[in-house]
Ligand binder design. Structure first.
Ligand code: NAG
Ligand code: NAG
Ligand code: NAG
Ligand code: NAG
Ligand code: NAG
Ligand code: NAG
Ligand code: NAG
Length: 162
């Protein structure tokens, strides 16, 4: 077989590879802008716009072009945590400490399959610490202090193996 068809195939597929390489970043940009909107466009997130790259935003940490950390301590956030956040498939760290978030423990975070660090301290959360919290199986740092959680510490805490 002559190498020519291969060469042609390579030349055709190259541009697609270049486009698809940062396709996920474009997706994550869209997800973050949606997230900002769902959080009620807090003035503290002014730098989150469509022209700047998310990896350059002070509240975002990227690893290999993909969003891995969202750091939003003391941002005057009042809205509940949108389920959209788990569309960021590589998210490992979420810090929402020192905000004004109310309601029950955000079980929607169970869909953040790579989550390792969760800081919800200093908010207005109420109700029980869920008895299936170990569904965030990779969790290794959990901060829930200074809220209004009630009830016992569930055995599920002890099943978090990390
Ligand atoms: C991919 O990145 C390049 C350079 O960083 C940029 O010019 C291009 O618009 C990006 N493409 C997409 C689909 O985001
Ligand atoms: C949060 O709100 C308070 C009171 O309105 C304001 O002084 C403070 O600058 C705000 N913080 C941020 C990060 O926007
Ligand atoms: C977008 O945000 C960046 C900082 O992240 C800022 O420098 C730039 O001026 C903003 N652009 C617009 C159109 O608001
Ligand atoms: C998550 O990270 C992996 C490895 O760094 C990468 O291959 C993948 O594209 C990332 N996923 C997204 C949605 O960016
Ligand atoms: C968790 O959030 C609280 C409140 O912002 C902060 O004091 C603390 O340092 C945070 N801990 C970590 C490890 O991020
Ligand atoms: C996780 O995502 C799936 C699919 O989007 C959804 O059906 C499910 O309710 C979510 N689970 C939680 C705990 O939010
Ligand atoms: C904490 O929550 C309990 C119910 O779960 C409620 O009775 C109590 O008033 C709350 N306390 C504060 C300070 O919000």
């Amino acid at each position: 077989m002559s190498p020519l068809p291969f060469l042609i195939l390579l030349l055709i597929s190259l541009p697609f590879q270049v486009i698809s390489q940062n396709h996920s970043t474009a997706d994550e940009h869209t997800i973050l802008l949606k997230l900002k909107q769902q959080l009620g466009n807090p003035p503290s997130l002014q730098s989150w716009n469509s022209t700047s790259s998310p990896c350059d935003w002070p509240e975002i940490v990227c690893t290999g072009n993909s969003v891995t950390e969202i750091l939003l301590p003391s941002k005057n956030i009042t809205q509940k945590i949108p389920a959209t956040i788990c569309d960021l498939k590589n998210l490992t760290t979420l810090n929402l400490g020192d905000n004004f978030i109310s309601g029950e423990f955000p079980r929607q975070l169970y869909n953040c399959t790579k989550l390792q660090v969760l800081n919800l301290s200093l908010n207005h959360f109420v109700g029980p610490i869920p008895d299936d919290i170990d569904r965030i199986s990779g969790l290794r740092f959990l901060r829930l202090g200074y809220n209004n959680f009630s009830g016992d510490i569930p055995p599920a805490i002890g099943r978090l193996s990390e």
